[in-house]
Ligand binder design. Structure first.
Ligand code: NAG
Ligand code: NAG
Ligand code: NAG
Ligand code: NAG
Length: 291
């Protein structure tokens, strides 16, 4: 066989090898865990992705696991932003993010703080508009306090050292929330941040935000917080579209929406711990957005 007849075959073999190597065009997926969770919690979930979209690269962020997840979020996002930045630098074609519970607030913080290449951000039952409700986590962090008293600790300099305080949103103490919240109120530009335009520019680099949540969650309170809705002072729900940060487009949510980049999923029948463990949720509401 002459060299000339070999060459096309060799090229074909090399091309095929390249195609296998670079995979199938699915973007890498990065996962961020929730409070008192760890990078290990996503093992089964990431396996589902690999099964359906073979050879998708995945990374579960191994930082602030377990008890460390209660460290204040201002500190957490600095380290997590570095991990994400390094991963994005080595994946310049863009990545997808899946962030669960408190992890969704961490991911939003990172997306507002750095120039990123995240295509789709899936916010999996995350208290994006804050939390105001008793949960098992709350009892662990503030054992002797009832919901209506948490503000006394959360809204103080020392209290803001604990992650939950950073997004504790007491509708009866909004003055203190605005005064003390160093994280949620700043990300939302509710307390005017000199960086708000940068936050918005960075956030709107996102192509799509997919928000999953539902009425049977049992932990995120109100559950509508997973879709940026929240209580007013009478504990009635004000939907995202009537919230000031949306109407004023304070961090780019309305911009994203006007581009068709906002997907809201209300899914009944799913308790908080099952969002990453329910295969139907994965197949119907997550997989279709991973491309
Ligand atoms: C803040 O929390 C860290 C642990 O996360 C602790 O080491 C530090 O002493 C705390 N600081 C204050 C002012 O409470
Ligand atoms: C994103 O945030 C970084 C850090 O605050 C800032 O340097 C950069 O200018 C922002 N990007 C845009 C597009 O504004
Ligand atoms: C943030 O809020 C301040 C004060 O209300 C406003 O002047 C500024 O334009 C807002 N930032 C953005 C990005 O809308
Ligand atoms: C799983 O999700 C479906 C909705 O997709 C829901 O109807 C069902 O109750 C869920 N089951 C569990 C155990 O979470």
């Amino acid at each position: 066989m002459s060299f000339h007849s070999m060459a096309p075959r060799l090229t074909f073999v090399l091309l095929s090898a390249c195609m296998i190597y670079t995979g199938n065009g699915y973007k890498p997926v990065v996962y961020m865990h929730g409070i008192f969770g760890s990078y290990k919690e996503s093992a089964g979930f990431l396996k589902w992705i690999e099964e359906e979209h073979s050879s998708t690269e995945t990374l579960s962020i191994d930082a602030y696991n377990n008890a460390d997840s209660a460290v204040n979020l201002m500190q957490q996002i600095q380290d997590i932003a570095q991990i994400l930045q390094a991963y994005m630098n080595s994946h310049p074609g863009g990545i997808n993010l899946i962030c669960y519970s408190q992890g969704g607030l961490i991911c939003r913080g990172v997306l507002e703080h750095i120039q990123h290449n995240v295509d789709t951000f899936i916010s999996l039952s995350s208290p994006q508009a804050g939390q105001f409700g008793d949960t098992q986590y709350l009892k662990y962090l503030f054992p002797h306090l009832l919901r209506d008293q948490v503000y006394r600790i959360a809204y103080s300099e020392e209290g803001q050292n604990i992650s939950v305080s950073n997004y504790w949103n007491d509708p009866h103490h909004q003055d203190l929330y605005l005064k003390y919240s160093k994280y949620l109120a700043v990300l939302n530009n509710e307390t005017f941040s000199p960086d708000s335009q940068k936050f918005k520019n960075n956030f709107t680099l996102l192509k799509r935000l997919v928000m999953l949540g539902g009425p049977d969650d049992g932990v995120i309170t109100p559950w509508q917080s997973s879709h940026f809705g929240f209580y007013d002072k009478d504990l009635n729900i004000v939907e995202m579209k009537n919230q000031p940060w949306y109407t004023n487009d304070w961090f780019g949510l309305r911009t994203l929406d006007s581009r068709g980049g906002l997907v809201t999923k209300v899914i009944p029948g799913v308790q908080h711990n099952y969002w990453i463990r329910n295969h139907t949720v994965f197949m119907d509401h997550i997989l279709p957005y991973l491309n």
